[in-house]
Structures are given as C-alpha cells and as structure tokens.
Design a protein around this ligand. Sequence first.
Ligand code: SF4
Length: 65
Amino acid sequence: MLLCIVVKVTWDDKLCIQAGLCVKNLPSVFQLRDGKFVIVPEGAPEARVRQVVSQCPSGALKVID
Ligand code: SF4
C-alpha cells in the first residue's frame, strides 16, 4: 500500500520579504510561474517541505496541521 500525505502550506504575501530562500532551496515545491508565487506541496516529502517552511525568514510560510 502506498500512503501519500500531502502537507498544506499557506503563504502570506503581506509578510513575504521576497528573500527567495524557499524558491532557491526547494524549487520543486516553491515556484514562480509567470510572476506568480505557486506552492506545489506534493513536490517533495513532507519533512523537507516542513524544513524549508521553518527556514522562511519572515514567517510568511506556514504549515497547516
Ligand atoms: S522564504 Fe519566505 S520570505 Fe522568502 S520568498 Fe519564500 S515565503 Fe517569502
């Protein structure tokens, strides 16, 4: 059996300081498409997504449990 758990991530554009760490560190999840910020939570294992979210310097990214 394959169990796939996709973590939910929110992004607050008012808090984001455009540091780009998320896009640089995990581009399979955090992406810029046509100038818009897009989150693809299934693009990496949950633990890795949580790790990068925890490194967001502004607190704009949050994991919803
Ligand atoms: S790491 Fe946080 S502050 Fe930096 S671009 Fe991503 S969401 Fe914005």
